[in-house]
Design a protein. Structure first.
Length: 231
């Protein structure tokens, strides 16, 4: 085993180079128009040398989707998993939309340009970690009285994450503004589901105000994708 600077082996470096090349190539050309040989050349290795690292083109595509989407989620919502989320769902959605500019393969999947693989994005390990993090936060806030105690944290967490992903898909595929009434309505549902009775400002008022004041910077990243890009 050859160890390079920083304790990273040559094999680990080659695997990462393949992943990085795969994200770029699949995002630009699509799954069908991309070959393993294309990616290997981009990574600076022979196609034969790529097979020990991934189970063919399908395996590499799956790994690339997982890696790119995980990077997006980690950058946008790391504070949720670290129990530092303050309940600002508008900010979370805005960060995810803004982050898509730097995660082109995740954006391609969410935009519906790889319809056979959309389900894969909804089941990546990073989303499972996010659901666990939100469920833990809900339990903590139930103990402090910030969240109603008659709800199942795991079920609510799954619903919240699914709703956030649905908003991202809607923003990318239809151009729905992340600061519009659709987002405000979903946020109102979030608050109605979570807050105890008499928990302060009305859910609708709070959601609408927050949605309109904090998400405008994400609108640029929510242009509907052109179906002509699909490969």
């Amino acid at each position: 085993m050859t160890v390079t600077k920083g304790g990273v082996t040559k094999g680990e470096r080659t695997r990462q180079a393949l992943l990085d090349a795969a994200v770029r190539r699949f995002a630009a050309d699509g799954y069908r128009a991309t070959s393993l040989a294309d990616i290997a050349r981009d990574a600076g290795i022979t196609p034969a040398a790529a097979y020990p690292y991934f189970d063919g083109k399908d395996g590499l595509f799956t790994a690339a989707v997982d890696a790119d989407a995980a990077g997006l989620i980690d950058e946008a919502v790391f504070h949720v998993v670290d129990d530092r989320f303050d309940g600002d769902w508008v900010e979370l959605i805005a960060k995810l939309l803004a982050g898509l500019e730097h995660h082109p393969l995740a954006r391609r999947i969410l935009a519906g340009l790889e319809p056979e693989h959309t389900e894969r994005l909804l089941n990546i390990p990073a989303l499972a970690d996010l659901r666990v993090g939100i469920a833990s936060l809900i339990r903590s806030q139930q103990g402090s009285g910030m969240v109603r105690t008659d709800i199942d944290p795991d079920l609510i967490s799954a619903g919240l994450v699914t709703s956030v992903m649905a908003l991202l898909i809607a923003a990318l595929q239809t151009g729905v503004s992340p600061e519009g009434e659709a987002t405000a309505g979903v946020l109102a549902l979030f608050e109605a589901a979570l807050k105890p009775p008499g928990g302060g400002q009305s859910a609708q008022q709070s959601a609408t105000t927050t949605a309109r004041s904090r998400s405008s910077h994400a609108t640029r990243g929510a242009k509907p994708a052109s179906r002509s890009q699909a490969s």
